[in-house]
Design a protein around this ligand. Structure first.
Ligand code: NI
Length: 268
């Protein structure tokens, strides 16, 4: 049994070239931040949390891509803060290395980490559409945040690895809308009317336990999982200080949300 009872120390150190690449391009690919036994233990925890529908009644587990009624089969199930249900997830090399990445990329001595899990079922035919993570967040702040995206099995273009638009973190948050224009859907996509050119997309296939890092404004996408294995992604969010804006951004699409998840959360 792999021991997850005590925290691990970080095992990586980014080179100056990697740090510069991240700041220039808004993303970074790292070959490995875990070990096979840890990944095996994490897959078991991960599958259990989804099977048990951990956090659903509190609005912490929901379908990112569908309308999410209680009897519907989730198309793209997500759990917010999975480590709150399985705190041993914080005693991993992945967690320690995520902190190390943030220390180097944002000069943050002891960064806090939030996490979520997105499961893309085998043979699931819909992509995670192009978006910027900040489009989901409060418009009242300036962020210097990053998402560290870790597949718990190999991930490539057939199973839903991430793709990025290099340099897109240097621009604004462009107009978004609920996926397909349906306000019952939690997931957002860049509004087709924004006419963004995605032709420069860079795909980042990864082995299990590798990771990509992306900035809160980097445009990213994941293709459908047409493989025969579920695509388990564990995403750790961390970053530098958050500062309040004098004039909030206008993320008007957030006012359109009317999801079943919000109803469950407000009842809980
Ligand atoms: Ni995202």
């Amino acid at each position: 049994m792999y021991d997850l009872s005590t925290p691990k120390s970080s095992t990586i150190r980014l080179t100056d070239e990697q740090v510069a690449f991240y700041h220039e391009n808004g993303y970074l690919r790292i070959e490995q931040i875990s070990v096979p036994e840890e990944l095996e233990a994490l897959r078991a925890i991960y599958d259990r949390l989804f099977e048990q529908k951990a956090g659903r009644e509190r609005g912490q587990q929901f379908d990112l891509a569908g309308s999410d009624e209680d009897d519907a089969v989730a198309k793209l199930p997500q759990i917010l803060d999975p480590s709150s249900f399985a705190p041993e997830m914080r005693n991993t090399y992945i967690w320690a290395n995520a902190k190390q990445i943030c220390r180097q990329l944002e000069d943050q001595e002891d960064p806090g980490i939030g996490d979520h899990a997105i499961l893309k079922p085998a043979g699931y035919g819909a992509p995670t559409p192009w978006h910027q993570d900040e489009a989901y967040w409060s418009p009242n702040f300036h962020y210097r945040s990053m998402s560290i995206w870790v597949p718990l099995q190999d991930a490539d273009e057939r199973s839903g690895c991430l793709a990025f638009i290099p340099g897109s973190h240097k621009g604004h948050v462009v107009p978004h809308r609920q996926i397909g224009g349906d306000p019952r859907v939690h997931g957002l996509e860049i509004d087709p009317e924004a006419n963004v050119d995605f032709s420069g997309a860079v795909f980042c296939p990864l082995p299990a336990g590798g990771c990509t890092v992306h900035h809160n404004r980097t445009m990213h996408y994941a293709p459908p999982n047409v493989g025969d294995q579920p695509r388990r992604a564990w995403i750790l969010g961390t970053g530098g200080p958050v500062t309040e804006l004098e004039t909030p951004n206008d993320y008007y699409w957030q006012k359109a949300w009317a999801t079943a998840r919000q109803e469950r959360a407000s009842k809980a």
